[in-house]
Design a protein around this ligand. Structure first.
Ligand code: GDP
Length: 196
């Protein structure tokens, strides 16, 4: 699948405002600053499809992109930003778990975690919800260029080992938007999911 023609379709304030639950889609999630926008731009070969370095804690929207008609990428708001009030965090977590449980067009979740601090609390919760809902997950250990090859490799192996406790279909790869490390593996997995 060629991701370059991907276009922005719409923003939604919450899950209920998403486009019709038909066709196929892949959701992207991660803590604020994990490198999600950069990854989306790298995958689609676009400079500013997803906006990087937005002010965290602002009202965040779900952004919907279309690779082809009926094949969507869903950019979920970054989570884990300390200054967001607990009540809003809880509401969002509720909405997210509901989305993973009920969205029939959702064929896969890409979870982005900074390779230097993987498996933070909300990341783990998300992995639980996704595997419980039988949604396959691609975990990307982002900013892999920040580690030397040896450290990178051992972090990858540890992360794969740690994923076992969740059961389910979890694939873990390294990724870097800076040097495109891991890009072919991501493209292969996304194509697989979107061609169902
Ligand atoms: P988001 O909040 O998850 O969308 O994260 P962004 O894509 O905006 O990236 C957050 C910060 O990390 C920015 O300063 C990026 O330049 C930086 N960043 C993102 N991806 C990479 C990467 O692969 N390598 C390096 N070294 N920095 C990255």
């Amino acid at each position: 699948l060629n991701f370059q023609p991907t276009k922005f379709i719409t923003s939604a304030a919450d899950i209920r405002q998403l486009p019709d639950d038909s066709g196929v889609e892949i959701a992207f999630a991660g803590r604020s600053n994990a490198g999600k926008s950069s990854a989306l731009n790298t995958i689609t070969r676009q400079k500013a499809l997803a906006r990087t370095s937005k002010t965290p804690g602002r009202t965040q929207l779900i952004n919907v992109f279309e690779v082809l008609p009926g094949k969507r990428l869903i950019d979920l708001p970054g989570y884990g930003y300390a200054k967001v009030p607990i009540a809003i965090k809880e509401k969002w977590q509720q909405a997210l778990s509901e989305y993973l449980q009920k969205r029939r067009s959702l064929k896969g979740l890409v979870l982005l975690m900074d390779i230097r601090h993987p498996y933070r609390d909300v990341d783990q919760e998300l992995l639980h919800w996704a595997t419980e809902s039988e949604i396959p997950v691609l975990v990307l250990l982002t900013k892999a260029d920040k580690l030397k090859p040896g450290a990178r490799k051992s972090t990858l192996l540890q992360a794969r080992e740690a994923a076992m406790v969740f059961g389910g279909d979890i694939t873990i790869e390294m990724f870097s938007s800076l040097n495109r490390l891991g890009l072919p593996a991501v493209e292969a997995k996304l194509s697989d999911w979107l061609n169902q």
